[in-house]
Ligand binder design. Structure first.
Ligand code: 13P
Length: 251
C-alpha cells in the first residue's frame, strides 16, 4: 500500500478580505507550524493570493486558488490564468459543486482546467459529489464515478492530482457524511483512477469535504481511503482549522 501524506485544505470561498485573510494565515501559521506529516493548504479569494503567498513563503503552509481558467490569455473577463497563478499557488480547486451549480461548469470544462493547471505545475484539487436527490435515489456511487471519469477526460499528470469527494448535501449543512459513507465513496473515486491509470490508484490522494470539523475529523481520517479533508466553514476559524491540521499530522 502506498504511503499517502494527508492533506488539510481550507476553501475560504468568498469570505475574508485581504486584511482579515492575512490575519487568519498568520494565526494558522502560529498554531500549526510545528505540525508535520500533513500538507496544509489555504485557498483564499484571488484578491488576497499575492499577499498571502508572500506572507507564507518559506513556511509549511501552501496556498491554493479556488478556480482557474482553461485558457491561456485574452478576452475572458473576470478570469485568472495559470500563468498568473504560477509561482504564487501550489494548488487550485477545480470543479467545486458551487461552480458547477451556480456558474454552470461542466465536467468537460473541469477536465480542461485540471489539465491546464497540472501542465503549469499547479496541482488540481478536483471536486466531485452527488446532491441529495441522487443520494436518495441510491445511485450516488454510479453518479460520482461518472462525474469523476468525465472530469478526468484527457488528464494524465497523475502525480499532481488530488481528488475531493464532496457530497453537495453535506456542504455547509452541518450534516457531514458518515465515515462509512465517505469511505465508500472515496473508494469509488480511487477505483475510477485505477481504471484510468492503474499505477496511480494507490498513491492518488482522495479527500472528503462537507461539514468537516474538529469533532468528526478523527473518525473520517481513520478510514483507510480518506487521505484528508477539504474544509469550508471550519477553515475560517483558527482554532478549528489548527485542530484539523493537528489531527492529520504529528507534532
Ligand atoms: P463546509 O466545510 O463549510 O461544509 O464546506 C465544504 C466545502 O465546500 C469545501 O470545499
Amino acid at each position: 500500500m502506498a504511503e499517502r501524506t494527508p492533506v488539510i485544505a481550507g476553501n475560504w470561498k468568498m469570505n475574508t478580505d485581504v486584511e482579515s485573510g492575512l490575519k487568519l494565515v498568520k494565526k494558522i501559521f502560529e498554531f500549526s507550524e510545528g505540525v508535520s506529516g500533513v500538507d496544509k493548504i489555504v485557498c483564499p479569494p484571488s484578491i488576497a493570493i499575492t499577499s498571502i503567498a508572500q506572507t507564507l513563503a518559506g513556511t509549511s503552509i501552501q496556498v491554493g486558488a479556488q478556480n482557474v481558467s482553461a485558457n491561456d490569455d485574452g478576452a475572458f473577463t473576470g478570469e485568472l490564468s495559470t500563468s498568473m497563478l504560477r509561482g504564487l499557488v501550489s494548488h487550485v480547486i477545480v470543479g467545486h459543486s458551487e461552480r458547477r451549480a451556480m456558474f454552470g461548469e461542466t465536467s468537460d470544462q473541469v477536465a480542461a482546467k485540471a489539465i491546464k493547471a497540472a501542465d503549469a505545475g499547479i496541482s488540481p484539487i478536483l471536486c466531485i459529489g452527488e446532491d441529495l436527490a441522487v443520494r436518495k435515489s441510491g445511485k450516488a456511487a454510479e453518479y460520482v464515478a461518472n462525474q469523476l471519469e468525465e472530469s478526468l477526460t484527457g488528464y494524465s499528470n497523475w502525480d499532481s492530482l488530488i481528488v475531493a469527494y464532496e457530497p453537495v448535501w453535506a456542504i455547509g449543512t452541518g450534516e457531514a457524511a458518515t465515515s462509512e459513507q465517505a469511505q465508500e465513496m472515496t473508494v469509488v473515486c480511487r477505483e475510477v483512477v485505477r481504471k484510468l491509470a492503474p499505477a496511480a490508484a494507490d498513491s492518488v490522494r482522495v479527500l472528503y469535504g462537507g461539514s468537516v470539523n474538529s469533532g468528526n475529523v478523527a473518525e473520517l481520517l481513520a478510514q483507510p481511503d480518506i487521505d484528508g479533508a477539504l474544509v469550508g466553514g471550519a477553515s475560517l476559524k483558527v482554532d478549528e482549522f489548527s485542530k484539523l491540521i493537528a489531527a492529520a499530522g504529528s507534532s
